[in-house]
Design a binder for this molecule. Structure first.
Ligand code: MG
Length: 202
């Protein structure tokens, strides 16, 4: 399976990092080894002093395809969850300055946290609230209505380049409020009022 991620999909988040609002989706990938084993703590890697959380809605591909049209895109995923796109912001900034790819800053081991998945019919994906608490304080509070590119648009876009397969994950971008984690922090993610995971930082 592969993990496809979109960057800068919420205007307020693009602004907080000093980026322009993109005209077409900004796409990067994480390898399958990035997935943090369920129930494991997250260990801050030795190559970074500035690991940021980015809470995101994640789609799970249930039907493969290529050149998927937006009106059919909803047939290609049937479950959604939440994830954290952990980012080594210091390393990413250096790579961005040089115009180099972001993979080292985005795809390292443990950088993709994913919750359990839930039937998409049980939620309104066009108006879905999701939030992240750090040490019991709300740090990110998103709603999918604020996305620049909808899930269906994203699927249309990426499937022009990459064949989608069953089990692939799509991280749909983070709202504003990203920030640094420190040892002993506890992160808790909520999909509407449902707590879908909690995670300790080591
Ligand atoms: Mg992200």
């Amino acid at each position: 399976m592969k993990i496809i991620c979109i960057g800068r999909n919420y205007a307020e988040h693009a602004k907080e990092l000093g980026n322009e609002i993109p005209e077409s989706p900004v796409i990067f990938m994480k390898p399958d080894t990035a997935i943090l084993k369920k129930g494991s703590d997250f260990y801050i890697p030795e190559f970074s002093n500035d690991i940021h959380y980015e809470l995101e809605v994640v789609l799970k591909i249930s039907k493969g395809g290529k050149y998927i049209q937006p009106e059919n895109a909803a047939n290609h995923y049937d479950e959604i969850g939440l994830g954290i796109d952990f980012t080594a912001r210091d390393l990413q900034s250096k790579l961005k300055e040089k115009g180099l790819p972001w993979e080292l800053a985005k795809g390292f081991d443990g950088s993709a946290v994913v919750s359990d998945f839930y039937k998409k019919e049980d939620f309104d994906l066009k108006n879905l609230n999701f939030s992240l608490l750090k040490n019991s304080e709300k740090v990110q509070d998103g709603n999918t209505s604020m996305m620049i590119f909808s899930p269906d648009k994203m699927i249309e876009f990426v499937s022009q380049y990459f064949t989608l397969r069953v089990g692939d994950l799509i991280f749909t971008g983070t709202p504003k409020g990203v920030g640094k984690v420190a040892e002993n922090d506890i992160l808790e993610a909520f999909l509407e009022d449902k707590k879908v995971f909690s995670l300790r930082i080591q």
